[in-house]
Design a protein around this ligand. Structure first.
Ligand SMILES: CC(C)(COP(=O)(O)OP(=O)(O)OC[C@H]1O[C@@H](n2cnc3c(N)ncnc32)[C@H](O)[C@@H]1OP(=O)(O)O)[C@@H](O)C(=O)NCCC(=O)NCCS
Length: 249
């Protein structure tokens, strides 16, 4: 339990430029409190203690302004920033490392019980303040939903959806880079220095180096599997594209 809490706090500090210390996050972040209470509520719900699950969810809503149905599945390191007015429905699924801002609804449009009525957010999705995502469809990995968007159909992985009804404005814009750098988080869904040509050039070089590093590791592993060993070269510092990309910010 404490290791989950520690990783939640670390992920908040990483993603919120306003977060100063772990103590501040632990005591002053309603999004964290809502997630922790949801874990209790969800566990009750799954073990057949439905009323208790609903009651914990209801108390959490009063304390945090965030309503998460105890049946909803929430992944690891999910960050609900500010959070007031967030509503997450019973059959919603929120993947690891998603970020949800205040006023977001993950809601349904159908009344039929027992069906998947609420959306699934795959890993790393960012949903901007006030956005409504309505229906039992999937928002693909790493996609961004703009603030106040009303999303009523699938969003492909890596795409950005804005407006009402939402439409796609950027398809896979940052996907290659994000894959190469193991998905560096962009606070508020914005890529820092995205327009700066020097930053873009450096990011391109980092991506290239990350891809080559990955390919080399695969080749060495294949050679090893075939019983061929390579000469041991002097050990260099571990190549860390995430850290390099942070320096380019
Ligand atoms: C959607 C979002 C992620 C896009 O960021 P981005 O990748 O940097 O994209 P850009 O700002 O270049 O915008 C791309 C296009 O979408 C439009 N756009 C961006 N956000 C929009 C929004 N919320 N609603 C409608 N249109 C939007 C821009 O005007 C631009 O249109 P254009 O190409 O016709 O000029 C970002 O604008 C956003 O809404 N982030 C959420 C922020 C938030 O909720 N913050 C709360 C903090 S408390």
């Amino acid at each position: 339990m404490f290791s989950r809490l520690r990783e939640d706090i670390a992920s908040i500090i990483e993603r919120d430029p306003a977060a100063r210390t772990a103590w501040e996050v632990l005591t002053c972040y309603p999004g964290l409190h809502a997630i922790v209470m949801h874990r209790w509520a969800h566990s009750c719900w799954q073990n057949g203690w439905k009323w208790l699950g609903r009651f914990i969810s209801h108390v959490a809503r009063g304390l945090t302004g965030i309503e998460i149905h105890p049946g909803a599945k929430i992944g690891r390191r999910v960050f609900i920033d500010h959070g007031f007015g967030v509503v997450i429905g019973e059959t919603a699924e929120v993947g690891d490392d998603c970020t949800i801002y205040q006023g977001v609804t993950l809601g349904g449009t159908s009344l039929s019980k027992g069906t998947k009525r609420h959306p699934t957010l795959e890993r790393g999705v960012i949903v901007g303040a006030g956005a409504k995502v309505l229906g039992g469809f999937t928002v693909g990995e790493g996609a961004k939903v703009g603030s106040n968007a009303v999303v009523v159909k699938e969003v492909p992985a890596g795409a950005t959806a804005v407006g009402n009804p939402a439409h796609i404005v950027q398809k896979d814009a940052n996907k290659a880079r994000e894959e190469a750098t193991a998905r560096m988080f962009a606070a508020y869904g914005v890529t820092p220095n995205g327009d700066d040509p020097l930053s873009s050039a450096l990011r391109g070089l980092i991506d290239q180096a990350a891809t080559q590093e990955h390919q080399l590791q695969k080749i060495i592993a294949a050679l090893k599997a075939a019983g061929i060993t390579c000469d041991v070269l002097p050990q260099l510092d571990k190549f860390d594209p995430e850290q390099l990309n942070r320096l380019v910010e």
